[in-house]
Design a protein around this ligand. Structure first.
Ligand code: SAM
Ligand code: SF4
Length: 328
């Protein structure tokens, strides 16, 4: 067998590629304040190693790549990584998840290198709340977003982690902002990833409740062609606008049955599930220079480790990695 099919019959055609575990923000639900224990540069997969592994996966059925981190735009040479993946004929689209702090300068070069779509984290439009959540400055993110829009990157999706007592009442203002600019809104439930995520679980809100609230205020209709074919969000559209609203509900309604993805962290460890530890380390094999057929066999063994589902609800203490380590 040469294609990537897991023990539960799911075809794996989507890779979330973390190009760094570093970040210039410190969202409290993601990375511990003052955290500094990052992967050493010698352990980062090089552009060539990424290109080789993704290239072999593409021969085995990989179609979608999302570049993430940490904050992917803090990795020097990010355009080279994008270009090398864009050159692979089997890859249909390259998406990027970013906090947008560096996007004002980088939107155009990234688009030219091959980025098709972006997701930008934005939990509030209130500068003081933004600072409290992320330790960063909102105006940088807004200029980054406008630069991406001006560069013609589309769709642009806003990722908003909705949290009780933090930004639950910001949903409508962020939605209005998305309607004004033609962005997609994707709301995410807080997940118990690492100590940071577990602490943030105190602020957990079910998006089922938010959906009901929005339905009372906006005419929401089902979406026939969701903007996010390869992802886990379930979409509704605000009637009379271009804006789709995605609900990512790992906690209240998990979507593991249709999971099509694995994650590669910056050090070359492939994680089979966001909420489990099953992993396979590719760096030693790549550095040994093993031939393609052995690399393919290793990939099949790795995918064979993919568990059926996460256990965020039943065993929230299970995941010791926080989100920026795995690649969210
Ligand atoms: N730095 C980029 C960004 O913020 O978009 C990419 C990496 S970030 C880890 C990817 C996504 O994970 C972000 O949308 C962030 O909000 C989300 N995230 C981080 N920790 C989370 C948690 N504990 N629960 C839910 N989402 C989380
Ligand atoms: Fe950085 Fe993204 Fe994590 Fe925020 S969510 S700390 S921007 S990696």
């Amino acid at each position: 067998m040469t294609s990537l099919v897991d023990p539960f019959g799911r075809s794996i055609n989507y890779l979330r590629l973390s190009v760094t575990d570093r970040c210039d923000l410190r969202c409290f639900y993601c990375m511990p304040e003052g955290f500094n224990d990052f992967e050493v540069p010698e352990h980062w997969l090089t552009v060539g190693e990424i290109e080789r592994l993704v290239g072999v996966m593409a021969e085995m059925g990989l179609k979608h790549v999302r570049i993430t981190g940490g904050e992917p735009l803090v990795r020097r040479g990010i355009e080279d990584i994008v270009r090398s993946i864009d050159a692979l004929p089997q890859i249909r689209d390259i998406a990027l998840s970013t906090n947008a702090t560096r996007l004002a300068k980088m939107a155009e070069p990234l688009k030219a290198a091959g980025v098709d779509r972006i997701n930008v984290s934005l939990d509030t439009l209130d500068p003081e709340r933004f600072r409290r959540i992320t330790q960063g400055k909102l105006d940088k993110v807004l200029s980054g977003l406008m630069a991406a829009k001006a560069a013609g990157i589309a769709p642009i999706k806003i990722n908003m982690v909705v949290m009780k007592g933090i930004n639950e009442d910001d949903v409508e203002s962020v939605l209005e902002f998305c309607i004004e600019h033609g962005f997609v809104l994707r709301m995410i439930e807080t997940m118990p990833m690492g100590d940071t995520g577990r602490d943030a679980i105190d602020h957990y809100v079910s998006l089922q409740d938010i959906k009901k609230r929005l339905a009372e205020r906006y005419p929401l209709i089902p979406v026939i062609n969701p903007v996010d074919g390869a992802g886990p969000a379930r979409y509704l559209q605000v009637a009379g606008t271009e804006t789709q609203i995605g609900f990512i509900t790992p906690m209240s309604e998990h979507f593991c049955g249709t999971c099509n993805r694995v994650r590669l962290s910056v050090d070359g460890t492939m994680y089979m599930c966001l909420g489990q530890e099953h992993n396979f380390s590719f760096r030693p094999l790549l550095r040994k220079g093993i031939p393609d057929d052995e690399l393919k066999a290793a990939l099949i063994s790795a995918i064979g480790l993919k568990p059926e589902r996460h256990e965020f609800q039943d065993k929230p203490e299970k995941v010791i990695r926080f989100m920026s380590m795995t690649g969210g």
